[in-house]
Write a protein that binds this ligand. Structure first.
Ligand code: 4AD
Ligand code: MG
Length: 436
């Protein structure tokens, strides 16, 4: 008897197979029981007819509890026209083995009724089994696949940057400090500085891994541990990486709308708004962004970074991702290249997702100037001795180069149309939560 996964049932029409999974739900109408079984690849309806199985099997099925682990055997058949069952196939069950019967006195904690978000997050290890969470994390998986294949096809080399680092990349306010034998280390905020070193060795590189920020803010866009993909390209300008960012985003959207339709439907995502994403994206300068915001009633003034609300208001003016470039250099990290036309501005870019999901990409052109870099490291009160290796990149064949970082969870949240990034990662870490 072949043991198969539910997503393969269409290849076994009329055949007897075994499926190993969990009971999602069941209902009985006297002589017939309908089971919905899930195995991680899909849902399958099993039909148990009282007259076709032994009394003991029928009794066992009647008493089955939600999320009991089971093995069912039976004949796969196409669902007759006019009848409904997930996936369009069902199984006439001939045998059922219970692997573990969930104790009815201590039932599976998550039922179809409404639960509060804190309860669900406390039970994240079990919540992952529900259809919405399953759909979100399948989409995350496909987004990761599309990102990797995008860079691999463009001949980028993957560089795995370290997680323990001696110094900050993105400012000292949200660093996680850890004891590292006799020294202090910081959990990486970004792989960028290491990617810059690698770009001088390989030309086009990218890192893709977890990054950490001790974010004290409790917003729907902030995690303390999140995944970032960071390309870095030797001899690329700001304009070059803008095009790269646009291509990457459109590639992700095309991949998801092609391969994740069932998941998007489970999430009731407006697919048309994703399919309408096209390059080139609208582009405005920081200066224009400030003027637009002020005209819309925001109190923001020139020189401030844009807050979450500002980003939402701005992005709502467009139904495409919005590119905002050339922020005041003082609001940005130490490594930014000044704009030669106005050195008060940085050659940098943020990409804001539509539908209020905020900044999904931040990046820009890196300064090539050793002296300026030393001054800015000092000004940002960073320990220059820990940056000597980085300064070597300007001593030994300095080169113009650019790159960006894209926050995976924010992209997943946007694509899935979910409110909060905490559902976009299997086990979210936020200021108030690092369990389970
Ligand atoms: O804008 P950020 O801070 O840029 C950097 O770290 C650069 N060193 C990247 C580079 O140029 N290689 O972060 C990049 C992106 C943001 O646009 C956002 O999408 C995401 O990372 N991000 C977060 N996502 C979730 N939770 C947080 N606390 C995040 N902080 C940043
Ligand atoms: Mg940023």
């Amino acid at each position: 008897m072949p043991s198969i996964c539910i997503n393969q049932v269409k290849n076994f029409n009329g055949k007897s197979v075994t499926i190993q999974g969990w009971l999602y739900r069941h209902r009985s109408s006297g002589k017939i029981i309908f089971l919905i079984v899930r195995d991680g690849t899909g849902l399958l309806q099993g039909i148990v007819l009282k007259d076709s199985v032994s009394t003991s099997i029928f009794q066992r099925v009647t008493e089955l509890t939600q999320e009991s682990s089971i093995e069912i055997t039976g004949i796969i058949q196409k669902v007759p026209q006019g009848q409904k069952a997930p996936g369009g196939y069902e199984m006439e069950v001939t045998n059922l083995k219970t692997i573990q019967h969930v104790d009815p006195k201590n039932p599976f904690p998550i039922s179809p009724k409404e639960h509060g978000i804190e309860f669900l997050l406390d039970h994240r290890h079990l919540w992952l089994r529900s259809s919405r969470q399953h759909a979100i994390l399948r989409i995350r998986h496909q987004i990761i696949r599309s990102i990797r294949s995008f860079f691999d096809k463009k001949d980028f080399t993957l560089i795995d940057t370290p997680i323990f680092t001696p110094a900050a990349c993105e400012g000292t306010t949200n660093l996680f400090e850890v004891d590292y034998f006799d020294e202090k280390a910081y959990l990486t905020q970004s792989g960028q500085l290491y990617n810059e070193a690698a770009a001088a060795a390989f030309g086009k590189v990218y890192s893709f891994g977890p990054t950490f920020r001790a974010e004290k803010s409790k917003t729907r866009r902030h995690l303390t541990e999140f995944w970032m993909v960071e390309p870095e390209v030797a001899y690329a300008t700001l304009d070059d990486i803008l095009i790269l960012a646009e291509d990457l985003i459109v590639n992700i959207i095309n991949h998801v709308t092609q391969y994740c339709r069932p998941e998007l439907e489970i999430l009731q995502r407006n697919i048309a708004s994703l399919e309408g994403i096209r390059t080139p994206f609208p582009k405005i300068t920081y200066e224009e962004a400030i003027k637009t915001l002020q005209s819309l009633g925001s109190k923001v003034v020139w020189g401030q970074d844009l807050g979450g609300t500002d980003e939402t208001i701005l992005a709502q003016q467009f139904n495409q991702p919005l590119i905002v470039h050339r922020y005041p250099i003082e609001t940005k990290a130490f490594y930014m290249e000044p704009d030669p036309i106005n050195p008060k501005l940085a050659l940098c870019v943020d990409v804001l997702a539509p539908e209020g999901c905020g900044e999904i990409i931040g990046g820009g052109q890196r300064t090539t100037n050793l002296e300026l870099l030393c001054q800015r490291i000092e000004k940002h009160q960073l320990p220059i001795e820990n940056f000597q290796w980085y300064l070597d990149l300007r001593r030994y064949g300095t080169f113009s180069h650019s790159g960006f970082g894209m926050g995976l969870e924010r992209v997943v949240a946007w694509v899935c149309g979910i409110e909060h990034v905490r559902e976009a990662i299997p086990f979210p870490r936020t200021i108030y939560r690092m369990k389970p």
